[in-house]
Structures are given as structure tokens and as C-alpha cells.
Design a binder for this molecule. Structure first.
Ligand code: IDP
Ligand code: MG
Length: 144
């Protein structure tokens, strides 16, 4: 089934110059980037995006980190895209991520784990709606 996921190159990876490497892996897998932008996330968007973690002890640190510098946000489409991307990302804790995964190759700390990807169809729809308009994910020509 064709799916769409929300993927984000986190501030640590953008600062380390890993954006191209990560986008390249997504493209070479055969997935399509149907929307993309680089921006510093607003605090409001970050708190909404990570709303499920609001009561966790690391929530404040997580919001501080994700708004600390530019991120590259993508809408990524393809057959089984959500699961394919989660598998490519590796486990949340990079020390438990297999080599060959993005986190397993480029990260060591859970708080700076390089990439975000939606964990299911409902979170994908929710996260895409926070960060993109429908027009930003469309290949149709802009209205004149
Ligand atoms: P995921 O990014 O693999 O979906 P989640 O459990 O949804 O993992 O957690 C969201 C993000 O919160 C993680 O990617 C990680 O950066 C951060 N995080 C998770 N657990 C911890 C923790 O124990 N300490 C600090 N940051 C954490
Ligand atoms: Mg998650």
C-alpha cells in the first residue's frame, strides 16, 4: 500500500552536514520526497509534534533540542513507506540500532539521534498536517 510518512533530519544531523547522506538513502531506497523544507521549528509546532511525550521527564529537553537549529522536514511517499523508513532509521537508542541503519551509522546518544520518522499511519497523518499544507505536498502547478 502506498503510504506517506513525515521524516525530519534533526538539528544535530543538519549541523553535522548529514542532510545529503540521509536524503540520498531515502531516494536510493526508491521512496519519493513529495514535500521538503528547511526551517527552525517553532516551539508551538514542536510541542504539538511531540505531544505524546508531554509528561515524560525528557520533554523539555526534547523541545529545546528540536527547536535549537534548522531541521529538514520531508513528506516521503512510497510502498510501505512508514515501516520502511522506521527500519532504515534503526532503534530509538542509537546504541541499540543495528549498523547499516541511519542511527546505527551516525549517532550514539538517544537525545541526538539524527532522524525522526512517523511510527504509524495515524501519527504520519497527524505530523504531516502539523508541518505541511496539502499544496506543499502536491506536484500540481501553483495556481496563478
Ligand atoms: P522515536 O523517535 O524512535 O519514534 P520516541 O519514543 O517517539 O522515539 O521518542 C521521541 C524522541 O525523544 C526520540 O527520537 C529521542 O530523540 C527522544 N528521547 C526518547 N527517549 C529519550 C530519553 O530517555 N532521553 C532523552 N531523549 C529521549
Ligand atoms: Mg516517535
Amino acid at each position: 500500500m502506498t503510504e506517506r510518512s513525515f521524516v525530519m533530519v534533526k538539528p544535530d544531523a543538519v549541523a553535522r552536514g548529514l542532510t545529503g547522506e540521509i536524503i540520498g538513502r531515502i531516494e536510493r531506497r526508491g521512496l519519493a520526497i513529495v514535500g521538503m523544507k528547511k526551517a527552525v521549528m517553532t516551539r508551538a509546532a514542536a510541542e504539538e509534534h511531540y505531544g505524546e511525550h508531554r509528561d515524560k521527564p525528557f520533554f523539555g529537553e526534547l523541545v529545546e533540542f528540536i527547536t535549537s537549529g534548522p531541521v529538514v522536514m520531508m513528506a516521503v511517499e512510497g510502498e510501505g513507506a512508514i515501516g520502511a523508513l522506521r527500519a532504515m532509521m534503526g532503534a530509538t537508542d542509537p546504541l541499540k540500532s543495528a549498523p547499516g541503519t541511519i542511527r546505527g551509522d551516525f549517532a550514539l546518544e538517544v537525545g541526538q539521534n539524527v532522524i525522526h520518522g512517523s511510527d504509524g499511519p495515524e501519527s504520519a497523518a497527524r505530523e504531516l498536517a502539523i508541518h505541511f499544507t496539502e499544496a506543499e505536498m502536491s506536484s500540481a502547478p501553483a495556481p496563478v
